[in-house]
Design a binder for this molecule. Sequence first.
Ligand SMILES: [Zn+2]
Length: 141
Amino acid sequence: MLGKSDDDGNSVKQLLRAGNTRTDSAHNRYHIAPEELIRAQREGRKTGLDIVGFYHSHPDHPAQWSKTDFAEAHWIGCSYVITAVEQGQAKTTNSFLLTGASEEEKRFEDEALEIDVTGVEENVASQAAKMSVDVKEGDKA
Ligand SMILES: [Zn+2]
């Protein structure tokens, strides 16, 4: 997710789709390749936006972060958006802000994500729903 970050938090202005680079079916989690992050940063630079967060879906699981989500979250100050998808339909979407001074002290805080673009919320939900076709997360929170 590209957007802007200020004292009021993160605001999302643009969504980019990232492919799932994980192919091991036993631990089928979301993962974004470093080159995709670089591509996203370049894309954002053109319009003055930064990476402000990431989103993924939880097929038939609540929209709450899992242990895996927490372990794999390293971007302090970024928003981690999770959409619960039930039977292929996007339901609840929650956002968690990764805070803390370091990797050791990091924690997730519930947040209300600021959405500045009309339709982005629906977009997040529908893209997350699409992602659920090839991204399934087996671990439970
Ligand atoms: Zn997750």
